[in-house]
Design a protein around this ligand. Sequence first.
Ligand code: 4AD
Ligand code: MG
Length: 434
Amino acid sequence: MTRITVNQASDYVGQTVEIAGWLYNLRRSGKIAFPIVRDGHGIMQCVAVKNQLPEELFETIKNLTQESSLIVTGKIRAEQRAPGGYEMDVENVDVVQRVPEADPYPITPKEHGVDFLMDHRHLWLRSQRQHAAIKVRHEVIKAVRDYFDSHGFTLVDTPIFTPAACEGTTTLFEVDYFDDDKAYLTQSGQLYNEATAMAFGKVYCFGPTFRAEKSKTRRHLTEFWMVEPEMAYATLEDVKRVAEEMIVFIVGRVLENRREELKRLERDVTKLEAIQAPFPRMTYDDAVKLLQSKGSEIQWGGDFGGTDETILTADQPSCIMVDRFPASFKAFYFEPDPERPELVLGVDVLAPEGYGEIIGGGQRIHDVELLLKRIEEHHLPKEAFDWYIDLRKYGSVPHGGFGMGIERCVAWICGLEHIRETIAFPRMLNRLHP
Ligand code: 4AD
Ligand code: MG
């Protein structure tokens, strides 16, 4: 028997094939049963007619329980009214494991609270919306890789155990690393990317990063995946151009390949179709003025809060870029603005509809004396940065890059309220399980 996946049904109309999956739902009357089967690739409505099947088999089908695993054999028929456009006329069902009535599948079509669903995340992933979000995530990651791979970037992955902070010491996860030594889980691959950029010109890393942030917001995970390009001989303007081009590319890919999923997520795709270059640009100075005019309490010199980012992007049709932040709240490595040294050449890309920051990056310090001064001002252990300082001694050049958190990008593209649904097993302040 030919086994197909549900998404291949259109190639098998009129043929008898088998589908291996799980029972998603079951509707039945006395003489007919409609087992709805999902196989990870799609959902197939099956039709089992009592007087066309052995009695025992019809009884088995009629009494199937939700999420029982089964292999259905039947003939594929085009059916406009069916969810995917095809139906299967059942000829046989092999039940692989029947979920017992006494201990039924815990997630039912009724409404469940999000804590309950998160506790059952290992099962919740089978639900349609969750499935769609993870499919979009895969598409985003593939698009990111394709973008960099086709623009001359070399993939060089960076370590997860690191000896020092990159993004500030308050959000480091510390781990024991043999013989009384301490290591930290990486917050960002950037510092290592700066080394590899001097070896390869243009690089990117893509991997998990960790922040021991005590933030309980819809935008924060303690473990998230970040893609980080870094370019030698590059300025803030180059960084902005690449960030913009990459985002337009990603959104285009999702619109091209994941329409089904966006529909299932009830995403308004016209909002995504509006994502076109060039993105509006504004300086931090102007952003602060705009925020104040809209009632924010922010003062010049303060970092944006989540609410500020929401205000800035709430009625923006596209992403916006904010640059030239005060050095006071930015990481030690940012190159100062030559015209106003109290500012740094950093840029954040904010996603529209209130999603806020999805990218942070900028130009790095390339002068060794200035770097040493900053390391001291930030009370960072110089020994841990010896190798990083070397990069300013042996062929230093202006360079820059950025980091994009995959989950924030996916949450925005999917139109999800909370970032926790964009990763299979989210890690948050209050969640390490399952
Ligand atoms: O702005 P961040 O902290 O920048 C860096 O780590 C730089 N070293 C990156 C670079 O220039 N190579 O983080 C970059 C992005 C943010 O814009 C956001 O998308 C994501 O990483 N991010 C988080 N995502 C989920 N949960 C968190 N706690 C995050 N913190 C940052
Ligand atoms: Mg940032």
